[in-house]
Design a protein around this ligand. Structure first.
Ligand SMILES: NC(=O)c1ccc[n+]([C@@H]2O[C@H](COP(=O)([O-])OP(=O)(O)OC[C@H]3O[C@@H](n4cnc5c(N)ncnc54)[C@H](O)[C@@H]3O)[C@@H](O)[C@H]2O)c1
Length: 252
């Protein structure tokens, strides 16, 4: 008798880091529930893949999340991993960030992680599963223009610690991945050529990461190889977070 395949629920799975994570789970024999709110992109991404269940859902909307959870728990044999990856980037200074803009960032980046994790909590406990929340280097270090985005991602780090503290007794692990820059649609909408060059300069590995380099750490954290890892915040950033006094004048 072979074990039933494990199921991962991945949000923001229609493109970028979420799609790369979906592909890596599939390559490792998992089934994937692909969640996204972009219907056309989700269908296009899911069509060539087998072992996926694409589910249209805006993770910031409680009614849609409840409907998604009812569908997933009725159709998947178990929920072994939840990857809260869906995110929006909207960069602006405090003066230009009106409440509507602030809420738009918070409702996906923070409310979405809360709602999805709560909706699938019982299923994750039943499977002794894993949660991986995607934050950002913008939640590790403050910067200009990130009053909403950076704050939302810093909150995701702490929400991860809350989840690890509360769900550990049920065998559920919760970890947080903080990607450095990756040339996805999200990043390239806000990274000008000057910003790209400045990132290369500030990152010890001297380049952007790839979607697959982030996905590899996400799938590792969901795997049995990480069975004693919980409550961790892991930067996958080419060394950006480590540099501290990364002044160009101090480098040779
Ligand atoms: N790309 C980077 O440089 C970078 C760096 C640090 C952190 N991140 C984080 O990684 C995650 C993935 O980013 P990406 O670069 O792959 O982005 P992306 O824009 O390429 O993909 C994000 C996906 O999430 C979906 N999505 C957005 N809001 C949603 C919602 N409310 N409900 C359901 N789906 C929603 C989008 O439709 C899209 O398919 C995000 O949380 C982002 O903040 C990215």
């Amino acid at each position: 008798m072979t074990d039933a395949p494990k199921t991962a629920v991945v949000t923001g799975a229609a493109r970028g880091i979420g799609l790369a994570t979906t592909r890596q789970f599939l390559a490792q024999g998992w089934r994937v529930v692909m969640i996204d709110r972009d219907a056309a992109a989700l269908q296009e991404a899911a069509n060539p893949l087998s072992g996926v269940d694409p589910v249209l859902c805006d993770v910031s909307q409680p009614d849609q999340v409840a409907k998604m959870a009812a569908h997933v728990t009725a159709t998947a044999p178990s929920v072994d991993a939840l990857v809260n990856n869906a995110g929006v980037a909207d960069f602006g200074p405090l003066a230009d960030t009106d409440f509507a803009r602030w809420r738009t960032v918070m409702e996906t980046n923070l409310d979405g992680v809360f709602l999805m994790s709560q909706a699938l909590r019982d299923a994750l406990c039943a499977a002794r599963g894993a949660i991986v929340n995607i934050a950002s280097i913008s939640g590790l270090r403050a910067s200009t223009l990130r009053v909403a985005y950076g704050t939302s991602k810093a909150a995701v780090k702490h929400l991860t610690l809350q989840q690890a503290a509360e769900l550990g007794e049920f065998g559920v692990r919760a970890n947080c991945v903080c990607p450095g820059p990756v040339a996805t649609k999200l990043a390239m909408a806000v990274h000008t050529p000057d910003i790209v060059a400045a990132y290369h300069d500030a990152i010890p590995l001297n380049r952007y990461g790839s979607e697959d380099e982030i996905a590899a750490v996400i799938t590792f954290l969901c795997s049995p190889a990480a069975s004693y890892v919980t409550g961790q915040i892991i930067a996958v950033d080419g060394g950006f977070e480590a540099t501290g006094i990364g002044l160009p004048a101090l480098r040779g």
